[in-house]
Design a protein around this ligand. Structure first.
Ligand SMILES: [Zn+2]
Length: 309
C-alpha cells in the first residue's frame, strides 16, 4: 500500500447536510488535498429506513456545490451487508460476540452515532446467559449482538485534542455490533469500511471522540491498521448554540440562494480559524494555505453577519 494519505467524508443522510457537516467535510478535504492525498466519500446509510436514497443524492449535490470532489465512486453502506457479515463472523469465531435481550429503548441509546453526551454503560446483563436461557429468550425476542470488551485502557493521540484514553469495560461496556433487526451497528461498519478502503486519516466532529476507542478495539480484533484521527470542534450559531439538522435556514437549500460558493467557503474557514475574517475565498486558496496548526480547538461560531444579511 502506498504512503499517500487517504481521507474520507462519511455523512449519514438522515437529513440535509447543515453547515457543521460541511465544515467537517471541508476540513477532511483540505487536510488530504493539501498533501496531494486521496479523498473518498462514503454514504453511511446502514440504517436504511432512516436514510432514503434521495437524501444521499442531496448530500452529494451539496458537496459538489461546495467544490468537494472524491476520487472513487461513493460507497453506500446499505450495499455492503455481506462484507460486514464476514467481519461479524470473524468476531464470533473469536468468541467475542453474545446475544443481548435487553429492551428496545436501551438498544436505541447505544446505536445513535452522534449522541453528544456519554452513552450509558452496558451493565453486562446478558453477558453470561446459558445456552438454554438463550434458546428460551430467543422464542419471544430477537436479540441484538454485543461484542465483549476487555478491561484495559485504549489510548490514541488525537490530532487536535491530544491523548485520549478510555477503559472500554468501565466507560462503555460491551457494545452492540448488530441490532435486533439484523442491521449492523455503526461502529462495526465504520471500522470495516475505513480499513478496506485504505483510509489513513479520519476527520470528524468531536461529538464522536468517545466512539474512537471502541473502533480502535474492533480494528485490533480484526487485525486492521489504525488510522490517525483528528476530531474537530463543533460549529455553533453566532449565539453558541449547536447546529442541528432541524436548522433549515443553515442548510444549502437556503444559503446557496443567498451566497456564492466562495462566500460559504469563507464563512466556514473563518468560523474554524483558517481566516481572520469572513470574506469570499476559493477552494484552491484554502488548499494552498491549509494547516491544522491554524484550526481553532474551541467550538467554531458562525459569523453573526450571516443572520444579519
Ligand atoms: Zn442485554
Amino acid at each position: 500500500m502506498s504512503a499517500r494519505v487517504t481521507g474520507r467524508f462519511a455523512p449519514t443522510p438522515s437529513g440535509r447536510l447543515h453547515l457543521g457537516n460541511l465544515l467537517c467535510a471541508l476540513l477532511a478535504y483540505l487536510s488530504v488535498r493539501s498533501r496531494d492525498g486521496r479523498f473518498l466519500l462514503r454514504i453511511e446509510d446502514v440504517d436504511v429506513p432512516r436514510c432514503p436514497r434521495r437524501l444521499a443524492a442531496q448530500c452529494i449535490e451539496d458537496l459538489l456545490w461546495l467544490g468537494i470532489t472524491w476520487d472513487e465512486p461513493p460507497l453506500y453502506q446499505s450495499e455492503r451487508t455481506a462484507i460486514y457479515e464476514d467481519a461479524f463472523a470473524r468476531l464470533e469465531d473469536m468468541g467475542l460476540v453474545y446475544p443481548c435481550f435487553c429492551t428496545r429503548a436501551q438498544l436505541h441509546a447505544a446505536l445513535a452515532p452522534n449522541l453528544g453526551d456519554r452513552e450509558p454503560v452496558y451493565a453486562g446483563t446478558c453477558a453470561h446467559l446459558s445456552p438454554d436461557e438463550i434458546a428460551e429468550r430467543s422464542k419471544t425476542r430477537s436479540p441484538a449482538m454485543r461484542v465483549r470488551v476487555p478491561d484495559e485502557d485504549v489510548t490514541f493521540t488525537d490530532g487536535l485534542y491530544g491523548i485520549v484514553t478510555e477503559n472500554l469495560a468501565r466507560d462503555c461496556g460491551d457494545f452492540i455490533i448488530r441490532r435486533s433487526d439484523g442491521l449492523f451497528g455503526y461502529q462495526l461498519a465504520v471500522v470495516v469500511d475505513d480499513a478496506l478502503t485504505g483510509v489513513t486519516e479520519i476527520v470528524r466532529g468531536r461529538d464522536i471522540l468517545t466512539a474512537t476507542p471502541r473502533q480502535l478495539f474492533l480494528q485490533r480484533a480484526l487485525g486492521y491498521p489504525a488510522p490517525s484521527y483528528v476530531h474537530i470542534p463543533l460549529l455553533t450559531d453566532s449565539e453558541g448554540r449547536r447546529l442541528a439538522k432541524r436548522d433549515k435556514d443553515l442548510d444549502l437549500s437556503v444559503l446557496s440562494k443567498r451566497f456564492t460558493r466562495e462566500d460559504i467557503l469563507g464563512l466556514l474557514a473563518h468560523a474554524c480559524g483558517l481566516l481572520p475574517d469572513w470574506h469570499p475565498v476559493t477552494m484552491d486558496a484554502l488548499i494552498r494555505d491549509f494547516s491544522w496548526e491554524r484550526v481553532a480547538r474551541e467550538d467554531a461560531r458562525l459569523s453573526p453577519a450571516l443572520t444579519r444579511m
